[in-house]
Design a protein around this ligand. Structure first.
Ligand SMILES: NC(=O)c1ccc[n+]([C@@H]2O[C@H](COP(=O)([O-])OP(=O)(O)OC[C@H]3O[C@@H](n4cnc5c(N)ncnc54)[C@H](OP(=O)(O)O)[C@@H]3O)[C@@H](O)[C@H]2O)c1
Length: 285
């Protein structure tokens, strides 16, 4: 069984490969990367390195030669992702890949998040493919809040636009463990949809309280209108377009779109999700 992972030099991809290495021989793992220089560590562990950008259909076709199962990690170039993911899927079809797992977005089918349409379009293309597909609809990484946690711990205020909506976040490593569980499962995964979120379903006021407990001071949540929050992010150096995406995601949290009680993550990883306090401790340290 040969398992390939795209985005293997990214944060999630690296964690997935770590999980796969813990479960089986390195020779059966293919890391698909666009920048070989970033993959020296993976190569030193015996993982096969193949070079392909999501923009290069021929290289993708070569990279997928002999691959049985593929984890397509959604790209990070928002706005370019549908043609990029389509390139990967077409290359997988040409290479005879037998299963594609795709990292989608929690509640993608109904989500109003600005990030959702590219995931929905990718899921649709996968649904039309001859290759069986499994959707790993990842919820928010707690690590998305690393910078905000650091700022909140020093200033005493956590800013956002999520109202009293709950986010069922989990550590990036939890989602990686779930992906590895699916890729190494004996059960048929084709057609499955996993709605992945953590045990802790927190409002931002809950998160502020936890930050305060870890930091040993009072931290309050200050809820802002979406536009005001986007402006604060932009004023703090977040590129304007991305600031709008982040503030819009908070509006989605207010609507409950990054919340789940599915239990799918816990069932896949066989344990509870990593406590957010651990991420908060790391952020403050
Ligand atoms: N659920 C969440 O909270 C959340 C948060 C952020 C992102 N995401 C999504 O989940 C994905 C994985 O998260 P992450 O934290 O691992 O992100 P990341 O560290 O930014 O990794 C993204 C990976 O995609 C690769 N990539 C981007 N464009 C590519 C292209 N044109 N051709 C080939 N490879 C390309 C990057 O390659 P390089 O290593 O060469 O840059 C990198 O390896 C992200 O890409 C994004 O779609 C989810």
């Amino acid at each position: 069984m040969t398992i390939a992972v795209t985005g293997a030099t990214g944060q999630l991809g690296g964690l997935v490969i770590g999980e796969l290495l813990a479960r089986g021989p390195a020779a059966g793992i293919v890391a698909i990367v666009r920048d070989e220089a970033k993959a020296t560590d993976l190569a030193s562990k015996g993982v096969q390195i193949r070079i392909a950008s999501y923009e290069d259909p021929d290289a993708l076709r070569r990279a997928l030669d002999g691959v049985d199962q593929l984890l397509l990690i959604s790209g990070s170039e928002v706005g370019r992702r549908v043609p990029q993911h389509t390139n990967v899927i077409e290359a997988a079809e040409a290479a005879g890949v037998k299963l594609i797992a795709y990292t989608s977005l929690l509640n993608a089918a109904t989500s109003g998040l600005g990030l959702a349409p590219e995931h929905v379009a990718t899921e649709k293309r996968l649904g039309e493919s001859s290759i069986p597909a499994v959707f790993l609809r990842n919820g928010w990484y707690w690590e998305n809040y690393l910078q905000a946690i650091g700022q909140a711990a020093s200033s005493g205020a956590l800013f956002g636009a999520a109202g009293d909506g709950k986010v069922a976040g989990a550590a990036r490593a939890d989602y990686a463990a779930a992906a590895a569980a699916v890729l190494t499962s004996d059960a048929d995964q084709g057609g499955k949809i996993y709605e992945l979120g953590g045990d802790e379903r927190l409002t931002y006021a809950d998160l502020a309280k936890i930050i305060g407990e870890v930091a040993g001071k009072t931290v309050e949540y200050r809820d802002l209108p979406e536009a005001d929050y986007a402006k604060i992010l932009a004023d703090n150096g977040v590129p304007e377009q991305f600031a709008a995406v982040l503030a819009g995601s908070d509006a989605g949290i207010a609507r409950g779109e990054l919340d789940t009680t599915s239990g799918d993550l816990q069932a896949l990883i066989g344990r509870s999700s990593t406590p957010v306090a651990e991420i908060v401790k790391a952020a403050i340290a």
